[in-house]
Design a protein. Structure first.
Length: 211
């Protein structure tokens, strides 16, 4: 039985966006309950889930009766509502760059890297090669821009782990399931080096989907 004193995250462990929220909770040291919701299940998710996400996507979140959907809202709330290291810079300009990176991932990198390349290559029968090629083009641009935006240091903002790192890591992780993704990342040294660091972070390792 779920412990209702803890935040509740609704979603599936295969989801990039559920993993982003889980990594944020892990970075803050917040215990939580993950309630399985599979939006791709035959017949769709259970009817009760509509009360938590009217657009029937994952994740959704609840804390002490307070409900949220949309990953960006969830992660910012978790960072601000719980004790632990801040995951958002205090400086307005650095925070703006963080939000720009998150927006870039949401608007461009996620669709291209996850759906157009990785999912299409892994699950397409046969894959749509035009879609894969177009996705790789967008992915190449996204990685180049991310490299330009990255501040010198271990993390995207330099010396601190931020929500930008947590937002990007699961997307890159999924992208690297295919050879094209691994090859393309290797051509962008700054992001490849960042990946070597974030991929061994406990919040990333601890949210790896069980095989």
């Amino acid at each position: 039985m779920a412990d209702r004193s803890k935040p509740i995250l609704y979603g599936a462990d295969y989801s990039v966006y559920v993993r982003i929220a889980r990594m944020t909770l892990e970075e803050k040291g917040v215990g939580y309950n993950l309630v399985p919701v599979d939006v791709f299940a035959e017949g769709g998710p259970p009817d009760w889930y509509l009360e938590r996400h009217p657009f029937v996507r994952i994740p959704a979140f609840e804390h002490d009766g307070f409900r949220l959907f949309e990953t960006g809202a969830i992660t910012r709330y978790v960072d601000e509502a719980f004790q632990g290291p801040s995951l958002q810079p205090a400086d307005a300009r650095r925070r703006a760059v963080m939000n720009q990176i998150i927006g870039l991932v949401d608007a461009y990198a996620y669709r291209a890297m996850v759906w157009d390349v990785a999912v299409e290559r892994l699950e397409g029968n046969p894959p749509d090669e035009k879609r894969v090629a177009a996705g790789l083009g967008v992915a190449r641009t996204a990685l180049t821009v991310l490299s330009d935006l990255k501040t010198p240091g271990d993390w995207l903002l330099g010396d601190m782990v931020s929500l930008a790192d947590l937002h990007l890591a699961p997307v890159i992780g999924y992208f690297l399931n295919v050879e094209e993704g691994r090859h393309l990342l290797a051509t962008v040294p700054a992001i490849a080096q960042w990946w070597d660091t974030v991929s061994i972070r406990s919040s990333f390792v601890g949210t790896t989907r069980a095989s």
